[in-house]
Write a protein that binds this ligand. Structure first.
Ligand code: GDP
Ligand code: MG
Length: 162
């Protein structure tokens, strides 16, 4: 079986946009309205000659559980089934309480984590990404899932983790 990469993070940080980037297609559902990806959706991807599965998550924030618990529950299932995790944070917003809740889960799970600091569309966002060292997950990789900036370096790091 192919190794599986889970893409987790709170709604609207750009998980599905990143998944589209990784699979090289426009398939994962991206919308301005948060929470469009209703469940975990698995795709196949290839980078540097290696194939792997990518699991997009999200869409539970409307749940009765409330935002934090919903994102955490969704992330927990996905992390459990994954060999490695990309944790996506919106660098223009910074780490929120919900992000911190996911960090706790990631620590407990003990799986390899690559931290993607998304929405760094230009040089001026690099410092926003650097702030995310404070999450204690190692190096934040500044990326723009929308424009493709930095996603090659992120994928190289993902392959090391898978
Ligand atoms: P998800 O809820 O985490 O799956 O987020 P989506 O992928 O659906 O993206 C939410 C919104 O953020 C959409 O409007 C995207 O176009 C936008 N977005 C995603 N990545 C980027 C990025 O790198 N830069 C900017 N400026 N916007 C982005
Ligand atoms: Mg989504």
């Amino acid at each position: 079986p192919l190794p599986a990469l889970a893409v987790v993070g709170r709604p609207n940080v750009g998980k599905s946009t990143l998944v589209n980037r990784i699979i090289g297609r426009r398939e994962a559902v991206v919308q301005d309205k948060p929470g469009v990806t209703r469940d975990r959706v698995t795709y196949e991807a290839e980078w540097a000659g290696r194939r792997f599965k990518v699991v997009d998550t999200g869409g539970w924030e409307q749940d009765v559980l409330g935002l934090d618990a919903s994102v955490a529950a969704q992330a927990e299932f996905a992390i459990e089934a994954a060999d490695a995790v990309v944790f996506v944070v919106d660098a223009t917003v910074g780490a929120t309480d919900t992000d911190e809740a996911v960090v706790k889960l990631l620590r407990r799970a003990g799986k390899p984590v690559v931290l993607a600091a998304n929405k760094v569309d230009g040089m001026s966002g690099e410092s926003d990404a650097a702030v995310l060292w404070s999450l204690g997950l190692g190096e934040p990789f500044p990326i723009s899932a929308l424009h493709g900036r930095g996603t090659g370096d992120l994928l190289d790091e993902i392959l090391k983790a898978l």
